[in-house]
Design a protein around this ligand. Sequence first.
Ligand code: URA
Length: 200
Amino acid sequence: MSALSELYEEIALCQKCEIAKFRTNVVPGEGPEDADILFIGEAPGWHEDQQGRPFVGPAGQYLDELLASINLKREQVYIANVIKCQPTGNRDPLPVEILNCRNWLEKQIELICPKMIVTLGRYSMAMFFPGKSISKIHGTAQKRDDVIYYAMYHPAAALHQQSLRQVIESDMLKIPSLLTQVETITEVGEQPQQLKMFEV
Ligand code: URA
């Protein structure tokens, strides 16, 4: 059994949050263990809860289209969420839920060792770009410990707000060149708050 599959079994047993009682399925994430790119969304919605898979509803279909625009299929990337259970009533994740689930995401990152982590939306961005605002940093990246962190709007936001479509689509198009330039991008300081952002 792969290390990721073992992790999925552990995640499925997690009952730290109240919402674990109400889930149909836990949604740990999916993709190759050696994926170069890890996309991190917010939380499973109804469709994801039903299927136990991330981004399989309307936002997921749009994410598939965005991936296709850079010649990637979802099977080639890893897709996860900040929290692994659907929040009741589709509300935003609570701070305590994010905290309880953080360890699972950290273990996923450790096992996958992606070259690039793409945050989708505010909750995911807040974990890697603390104190930043999505409207300011979307489409910008930081390199830390050989990993590129790149912030994007959430695909669902672009579905609801037509004006964000072009923004998210052009941010997606920057990913391939960032990946090919990974060796040439200079690392920035160690404190996330003091990190210099670079525009791409
Ligand atoms: N929105 C998310 O943030 N994650 C999903 O898996 C689906 C929708």
